[in-house]
Design a protein. Structure first.
Length: 566
């Protein structure tokens, strides 16, 4: 919790014909919040302790009109229970509210680790540009919708060469894999080209795709010296020719999820083509929609109380352990006022500066020790304890927010998808899909992802939010997902769920939407089957998504009170 104090002395004559500034000392108080389990917690969110922050802007308001502020000579003042920020400044008479913007200091320069937002502030903040000129926008992971040739292009070329160069000459006649009449080679060709349907195009999947073909061919016994035997040897050689792709990790190298890239065999052009854009023939989202989680920002718009007496900061900070006690000090309560005037010596901002972002907490489990796949329901896959690590969380419904960190639009054209690949625990281990019959509680460990407040207006026109969980198949078993897509060991797959927006209860603002700034939405996820697993990400905006997980949301207030709605 961040709180604000303004205190100062008036040392010049007041001129009623103009607005003269009052010289004050301003102080923020960032109290320790990690002991409060309903607060943002874990790893980069709080780093195990209160993180320092950088002030972006402090904007005094006079009847909703921004006024001037001169800020200088600031410092942190630490206490056991709280951390205060002080600054000498000037604020104009007539001020009755304060806007404060700040953000947590980053740890290193990794956007995937710290998150990222583009903050826009006008050079001069006025009444006309306050509500429209201040924005906070998600940061795209890539700027171009086209996958880079030096990575994705080489992966496509590797797959293409396996087909186009799989030919031999015997007795003066050219034989190709593509034209072979051998039933085994024909079947393997159909599998490798996926009958013209898209396959996952990540480096991890492409390498497995080639290795699986090699393994299948080596298991065949063709007649020695036959055309089929020669073609088999040529294909195996091509599968092993991986020099150009050995070091490629795309799209992970661009921070994108594996499933954001597809490959599709074009039988007319005789090549595999990279798929990245939603069209009538593919089911992918433009990769420019993927964004980093927002970094940890702070914000408040608050009323004030003032005092006509000077404040001894050293004494105040020594004797007061909570912001509530600071506000209840006799200096502010003896003759309370709510507007800065010519007699003001101290000002306190009533509301604490809160987290400007929301948090999604995901808890995952299965209620059985084995789960079926999508080809044969009787083919049960062992869940185990380390077979399926959670490697990423994708959250839909993210858009730019305004000066109050609120979404003002629900247009699909503006939607971005947060991809959080930093889903490990504090100890550095992954969260794993595991078997449990115990219903999750708010204390159950989960993975935390920061998100922007989602859409929901005063008429309860909220929107459901799509969530996609990214797992890696670390078992030794391949299984089948949506439309019998093969999920090979070592590759990633995706399960889709929907978080329904809550019904507004006319009491709590956070019931207007799925995510609300300074609140946690806990999502309890149960995986009962792998039949609806994707190996290539579907169109998240589609109304025809195959829902692969059962979700139960809980909305947890940013105070010790817990509110559960199902």
């Amino acid at each position: 919790m961040v709180a604000v104090v303004l205190a100062g002395c008036y040392d010049y004559d007041y001129d009623a014909m103009r607005v003269d500034p009052v010289r004050v000392d301003m102080a923020f108080s960032l109290s320790g919040s990690t002991a409060n389990k309903t607060r943002m917690a874990e790893s980069v969110v709080q780093n195990g302790s209160t993180r320092d922050f950088d002030i972006l802007h402090v904007i005094p308001l006079n009847n909703d009109v921004p006024t001037a502020l001169e800020l200088s000579n600031y410092e942190f003042v630490n206490k056991t229970a709280a951390k205060f920020f002080r600054a000498n400044c000037k604020v104009e008479a007539g001020v009755d509210e304060i806007l404060v913007y700040a953000k947590a200091q980053a740890e290193g320069d990794s956007k995937a680790h710290n998150g990222s937002l583009t903050a826009t502030f006008p050079s001069e903040i006025t009444q006309s540009n306050l509500t429209t000129g201040i924005t906070f926008s998600p940061v795209q992971m890539v700027e171009s919708k086209d996958a880079p040739e030096e990575t994705a292009g080489k992966l496509a070329t590797y797959l293409t060469n396996i087909i186009t160069k799989a030919k031999v000459t015997m007795g003066g006649i050219d034989y190709t894999w593509e034209a072979s009449n051998n039933s085994i080679l024909k079947k393997l060709y159909q599998n490798f080209t996926n009958k013209g349907e898209m396959i996952a195009g990540s480096a991890a999947n492409v390498k497995v795709w080639g290795n699986q073909l090699k393994t299948a061919l080596n298991a065949q016994n063709f007649a020695m010296g036959s055309v089929e035997d020669a073609i088999r040897d040529k294909i195996v050689e091509l599968c092993e020719t991986t020099g150009d792709i050995d070091d490629i990790t795309y799209p992970r190298s661009s921070d994108l999820p594996d499933g954001a890239i597809g490959m599709k065999w074009n039988g007319t052009n005789k090549k595999f083509e990279v798929q990245t854009v939603t069209t009538t023939t593919t089911n992918l989202n433009t990769i420019t929609r993927f964004v980093y989680p927002p970094e940890l920002y702070y914000f408040v718009r608050s009323s004030i109380i003032t005092s006509d007496e000077m404040v001894d900061y050293a004494s105040l900070y020594t004797s007061k352990n909570t912001w509530e006690l600071v506000l209840s000090d006799n200096k502010f309560t003896a003759t309370p006022k709510t507007v800065v005037d010519e007699t003001t010596k101290a000002v306190a901002v009533v509301d604490p500066v809160q987290y400007a972002v929301a948090q999604l907490k995901v808890v995952i489990r299965t209620t059985t020790g084995t789960i079926p796949d999508g080809k044969n329901p009787a083919n049960n896959i062992t869940v185990g304890t380390t077979n399926f690590p959670l490697t990423g969380v994708i959250v839909g419904g993210q858009r730019s927010v305004d000066y109050h960190f609120e979404q003002t639009s629900n247009l699909d054209a503006d939607v971005k998808f947060v991809y959080d690949s930093q889903v490990k625990t504090n100890a550095g281990d992954y969260f794993y899909l595991t078997y449990s019959t115990t219903a999750p509680t708010t204390n159950t460990p989960g993975t935390n992802t920061l998100v922007l407040q989602s859409y929901g207006d005063e008429n309860n026109v909220g929107e459901d939010v799509t969530i996609i969980l990214e797992f890696q198949n670390d078992s030794d078993t391949q299984f089948y997902g949506v439309n019998q897509q093969i999920i090979y060991p070592g590759t990633r797959f995706y399960l889709v769920g929907t978080i329904p927006h809550p019904m507004y209860d006319n009491v709590n603002d956070y019931t207007r939407r799925v995510f609300t700034k300074d609140y946690i939405t806990q999502l309890n996820v149960t995986v009962a089957s792998l039949a609806k697993a994707y190996n290539v990400l579907p169109n998240i905006l589609s109304s025809n998504l195959e829902i692969g997980v059962e979700t139960t949301p809980q909305w947890i207030a940013a105070t010790p009170t817990t509110v559960i709605m199902e």
